[in-house]
Design a binder for this molecule. Structure first.
Ligand code: SF4
Length: 325
């Protein structure tokens, strides 16, 4: 039986979040009035092209927004507690991050055991021997032989290094993990192993994951729900199977249509391209930000920003029941 997680209390709530950038007298908006919930034990995908605001949203949740960027509006709360002003140890212990490049996340001068033990002892008041035991268990959980605990990061392959990074992210026993393009730097087969590992850990530990990616294939394989971002705005959200099989926003439909397909019958067909490019945050068009690229655009789209209709899609085509692509 599929659990409808949206019937239970959200773990993480983002309400009307805006992240702005001040440049001289000009203020640009990188994340614009974004509201989303993350439910216990779910994997929520954030998808969109570069510049859509995905990583910025992840950084805002972790409190990593730095000047000249700033949070100009909205709230982020974890289990009902505001975390925008939360001390770093609260954010670090309850929300972890997995970055794209494991080499950047790991200290090349320390063994993986030293890094795991240090992380565990930062968050738990336990002895070094207990931290060592937990480190070995974590390595085993992510599919690494615990006997390799004294190895240095450079002695591992890219996929194994990413497993170490996942073990480090799990070490504080967080309730939320933000994974920002965690498999982009890996081979396709290793990518599948890492995505399966994340899904398995999410199920076994009840950890919720926000998976940031530009890859619709990764979204399709891994996530329970997906939020499509464009120009810092939420344009469509829903159950992954609904959104990918029946996209209601023209941008989502374009992303789906431009995803490569390995079905041999599609080999002689030209891959769809969404015309144009994501606008710069200094130059976001009025109305619907997608209108210069949208084949369905009408006058209203150029002047008025569409709200989120039916808690699903921000497009004037869905204003009336039965409105469709
Ligand atoms: Fe296209 Fe208009 Fe919908 Fe924007 S609101 S996606 S321009 S139809």
């Amino acid at each position: 039986m599929t659990i409808d997680r949206t019937m239970i209390e959200p773990l993480l709530e983002i309400k009307n979040l805006s992240v702005s950038l001040k440049k001289r007298d000009n203020i640009s908006v990188a994340v614009d009035d974004l509201s989303l919930n993350l439910y216990p034990g779910e994997i929520l995908g954030l998808v969109g092209e570069s510049g859509a605001g995905k990583s910025m949203t992840g950084s805002a949740i972790l409190g990593l927004i730095e000047s000249p960027l700033y949070i100009s509006a909205g709230t982020i709360s974890l289990q009902g507690r505001s975390i925008i002003e939360a001390p770093e140890n609260i954010r670090g212990s309850q929300i972890s991050m997995i970055f794209q490049d494991p080499l950047v996340s790991l200290n090349p001068l320390k063994t993986i055991g030293e890094q795991l033990i240090k992380t565990i002892k930062t968050h738990f008041n336990i002895s070094k021997a207990e931290a060592l035991d937990r480190s070995k268990k974590l390595l085993s959980d992510v599919g690494i032989d615990p006997e390799r605990i004294e190895a240095y990061p450079h002695t591992f392959s890219g996929g194994m290094r990413q497993r170490v990074v996942i073990a480090l992210a799990l070490a504080p026993e967080p309730s939320v993990i933000i994974a920002d393009e965690p498999t982009t730097a890996l081979d396709v087969s290793v990518q599948a192993q890492i995505l399966n590992l994340l899904k398995q850990l999410c199920t076994e530990r009840g950890t919720s994951i926000i998976l940031i990616t530009h890859d619709m294939g990764v979204i399709s394989e891994t996530t329970d729900r997906v939020a499509v971002l464009y120009s810092g705005r939420l344009v469509e959200i829903g159950k992954t199977s609904d959104v990918l099989q029946r996209p209601q926003h023209p941008y989502t439909a374009g992303l789906v249509a431009s995803t490569p397909n390995i079905d041999p019958s599609s080999f002689d067909k030209k891959l769809f391209q969404i015309p144009g490019a994501m606008p710069d945050i200094d130059d976001v068009p009025d109305g619907c930000a997608f209108h210069p690229r949208c084949e369905h655009a009408r006058d209203k789209c150029q002047k008025h920003r569409p709200p989120l209709f039916d808690a699903r899609v921000s497009c004037w085509l869905s204003e009336k029941p039965g409105g469709t692509l």
